[in-house]
Design a protein around this ligand. Structure first.
Ligand code: MEV
Length: 300
């Protein structure tokens, strides 16, 4: 049955390991976080329009209209994710609009259809994304993602009990431009991309052993520096986190700005140190896996 209005929400994400390398067929591990984006759709006369949004971007309407018709829908967007910081704000938006549209039209939608449809807005935002961001946003929990010529291999993993602090570098990274930059530096950087691919397997094996996991995350950060997506600010934040007792730290997402994630035993000293250095920081929890059989449509 179609409806007059529908609302759906989807979580943002943090990539624990494997960003950029995932574009070239290596696995990545990502966690859904307890912050996200909600989309409310209402039928209205005239062209489809954004009636209210917590953030603006010229790509918003073209991105949404890969899912929505050009006429007849009013859109409201609420988000508590920092935008352009590598926490999956666009992926959460993409999944939320796909779910809200399915609910408005009275259609049940499984994961595969949701994932395929959410590529629409994601391509408008990021060019040719691997699909990891909106896979974890749609599934929740913790996910291993691998892009293959036959389609993505997506494996839900048990959610690890990790204590994570997120530090905002204060500037956004442009994912499409950063991915293009990495591509332009190949094949010279392929050994570093391969090393990230190997590291992801070690990270997965250490998900329940924070003392082992921490140094692997820091090594992942070093390799991301080698492929050219870290910045002096991100390196400085990683160093502050480690000095303050973090078990490990890395940029998370495309880099060039965005956030650092730090694995901690106790968030307090790390939060104190980065805030004293002038950065915004918060501890973040994970979003639970979406229940099996969920139609992914309707108010969530
Ligand atoms: C961005 O969150 C993750 C990247 O690996 C890009 C992608 O996978 O499409 C940098």
């Amino acid at each position: 049955m179609t409806r007059e209005s529908a609302r759906a929400r989807a979580p943002g994400k943090l990539i624990l390991s494997g960003e950029h390398a995932v574009v070239y067929g290596h696995p990545a591990l990502a966690l859904a976080v307890d912050r996200g984006t909600a989309v409310t759709l209402r039928r209205r006369p005239g062209p489809t329009a954004i009636e209210r949004a917590d953030f603006t971007d010229p790509r918003l309407l073209p991105g949404l209209c890969t899912v929505l018709p050009e006429h007849g829908v009013g859109v409201e967007i609420e988000s508590d994710l920092p935008v352009g910081r590598g926490m999956g704000s666009s992926a959460a938006l993409a999944v939320a609009v796909v779910r809200a549209w399915a609910a408005l039209e009275g259609q049940a939608m499984g994961f595969a259809e949701t994932h395929a449809a959410a590529f629409g807005p994601e391509r408008v935002f990021h060019g040719d994304p691997s699909g990891v961001d909106h896979a974890v946003s749609a599934l929740g929990g913790c996910v291993r993602y691998r892009k293959t010529p036959a389609g993505p291999e997506i494996t839900p993993l048990p959610s690890p009990a990790l204590r994570l602090v997120v530090v905002d570098s204060g500037s956004a990274g442009d994912t499409g431009a950063l991915v293009a930059g990495v591509r332009s530096r190949r094949p010279g950087i392929d050994p570093a991309l391969d090393a990230i691919g190997v590291l992801v397997g070690q990270v997965e094996a250490a998900l329940d052993a924070p003392a082992v996991l921490g140094p692997l995350l820091t090594e992942n950060h070093r390799l991301l520096g080698q492929i050219g997506v870290s910045t002096p600010v991100l390196d400085a934040i990683v160093a502050i986190c480690l000095r303050a007792g973090a078990l490990g730290a890395k940029l998370a997402g495309a880099g060039g700005g965005g956030v650092v994630l730090a694995l901690v035993e106790d968030p307090a000293p790390v939060l104190r140190a980065v805030r004293a250095a002038g950065y915004t920081a918060f501890d973040v929890g994970t979003a639970p896996a979406t229940p099996a059989g969920d139609a992914h449509a309707g108010d969530r």
